[in-house]
Design a protein around this ligand. Structure first.
Ligand SMILES: N[C@@H](CCC(=O)N[C@@H](CS)C(=O)NCC(=O)O)C(=O)O
Length: 204
């Protein structure tokens, strides 16, 4: 399987972490996002959205990081990471949707403008991203109080997906101190080999 990604891509990283955790073999194909390689015709044939990650699994193409995680977990029988029980799976899916619709937009506003935009940084976007984070982070913190994990008594793909966003909050020096359960959970995940070997360093 080929995994098209970029070292700064939190979306590609979550797929890579799952592969590392489950021993799923993959060839990592870097796409030079900073030079615009995602807009080249050859790449657009893989993903017309011009985004990483994409996988090419023996000719089967799939984009959208969380759809890829679900597909790989199912294909490789990683039921600990993505439970098969209807209700348990629904809770993992709930958090994946929450990640895409609530946490990611807020995180992206802060991270893009703090780390990538340089002198085009939009301070209003940072402020509105932070205001949105103030609403969503307590929800994550509250969920983690019961077992220390988001959905199960162990990490699942939603913990991985959400944590790759939290990495960017950390890089932005966003103060997580108000969310003690998040700090504990994230510290535990960071200790895992899969997180260490895929970490984006200090960012751009
Ligand atoms: N919803 C998509 C988002 C993918 C995405 O935004 N990828 C970013 C990297 S983290 C990207 O490829 N950006 C390139 C661009 O926008 O030009 C997913 O979950 O895979």
């Amino acid at each position: 399987m080929k995994l098209y990604g970029h070292p700064f891509s939190s979306n590609a990283r979550r797929v890579q972490i799952l592969c590392e955790e489950c021993g799923i073999p993959y060839d990592y194909v870097p796409v030079d996002l900073l030079q615009g390689a995602q807009y080249e015709e050859e790449f657009l044939r893989l993903n017309p959205n011009a985004k990483v990650p994409v996988i090419d699994d023996d000719g089967f193409l799939l984009w959208e990081s969380q759809a890829i995680m679900r597909y790989l977990a199912d294909k490789h029988g990683a039921t600990g990471w993505y439970p098969v029980d209807l209700e348990k799976r629904a809770v993992v899916d709930q958090w994946l949707d929450w990640n895409q619709t609530r946490l990611t937009p807020a995180t992206e506003k802060v991270a893009y403008n703090t780390l990538f935009a340089g002198d085009k940084a939009d301070q209003q976007a940072i402020a509105s991203g932070k205001a949105a984070l103030e609403k969503v982070m307590p929800i994550l913190d509250g969920a983690l109080h019961a077992t220390g994990w988001m959905a199960e008594e162990r990490p699942t793909i939603c913990d991985v997906a959400v944590a790759t966003n939290v990495t960017y909050l950390e890089l932005c020096k966003y103060d997580l101190g108000t969310y003690p359960a998040v700090v504990k959970w994230y510290s535990a995940l960071k200790e895992r080999e899969s997180f260490k070997t895929t970490a984006p360093g200090d960012g751009p």
